[in-house]
Design a protein around this ligand. Structure first.
Ligand SMILES: [Zn+2]
Length: 288
């Protein structure tokens, strides 16, 4: 069941749906222009959000920005017929995707090359109801390298390239006047091309960048928008974990022991499952 929400005066979202890996989509409506953040994973996904915006009487999107190239964020682009802003790497990769004939064989090859994963196959087949030939990929047409600001009339969106483990082309979008920071998937581990991993250097540098905004609301593409307090409480645990990995390296037992102590978990209390998992990703990210 799709869920929509106006999360602030000028920001409307379609929440993430996990069944077919649909990320959160957002529309930021200024007085003279509306910017869409991410295009969706299919034309059906894009159309559902567009219909919501129409029902709400929101000015139709004038342009969009992609947070990174992954299919779930970008394959809906063609449905919108809009100028699309993207980091150079994002544009390069999507140009390659646009030239492909999408079918089982192509997907098989991309899985073998580590460009997508088995999980992607399942999600794509579900989203496209078994018919991959319906996939249409378009390349973005406004390309930037490091930063680009978009003036929407009374609202400024600062788009910034940050990279990171999840995808080397990750960007974040800060809606300045609303104090809202869209993180895309930037803080997630790598998901393609081998075991999922985090590297301490990239992760901690990214956290510094994110914290420096002092945003009031932070939005991750596959989660729920969070207040600064809630977000910091959650992410602080991962920061402590990363620092223990810096300290102890591949000695996972020592990492978990000291993390447990820092989090002041009782002797018998287990570490939350997501942290245990993340510890594994950090181990995968250590230089061998
Ligand atoms: Zn992603």
């Amino acid at each position: 069941m799709s869920e929509f929400e106006r999360i602030s005066e000028h920001i409307y979202v379609m929440h993430a749906e996990h069944g077919t890996d649909r990320p959160l989509l957002a529309a930021v409506a200024g007085s003279s222009r509306t910017l869409l953040i991410d295009g969706g994973n299919s034309s059906a996904h894009a159309a559902a959000f567009r219909e919501y915006l129409e029902r709400e009487g929101v000015r139709a999107p004038d342009m969009m920005v992609l947070t990174h190239h992954h299919w779930d964020h970008s394959f809906g682009l063609a449905e919108w017929s809009l100028p699309a802003i993207a980091q150079r790497r994002t544009a390069d990769i999507l140009r390659g995707f646009a030239g492909l004939e999408w079918n089982e064989g192509t997907l098989e090859r991309l899985i073998a090359e580590g460009v997508v994963s088995e999980r992607t196959r399942a999600d794509m087949l579900a989203e496209y109801e078994g018919d991959l030939s319906r996939i249409r990929v378009e390349e973005p047409n406004i390309v930037f390298e490091r930063f680009i600001d978009v003036d929407l009339g009374g609202l400024t969106c600062e788009i910034r390239y940050v990279g990171g483990d999840h995808s080397e082309d990750s960007c974040i979008v800060y809606v300045k006047e609303e104090g809202t920071l869209f993180l895309g998937d930037a803080l997630a581990p790598s998901v393609y091309g081998g075991p999922m991993k985090y590297t301490t250097g990239k992760f901690l540098a990214l956290l510094d960048t994110v914290f420096a905004y002092g945003a009031d609301v932070l939005v991750e593409s596959h989660g729920r928008p969070a207040s600064r307090e809630a977000f910091y409480d959650d992410v602080r645990r991962y920061e402590l974990l990363a620092r223990q990995v810096l300290r102890h390296g591949s000695d996972k037992e020592a990492v978990l022991r000291d993390l447990r102590a820092e989090l002041e978990l009782g002797e018998d209390a287990g570490l939350p499952e997501e942290l245990e998992e993340a510890a594994g990703y950090f181990m995968n990210g250590l230089e061998k």
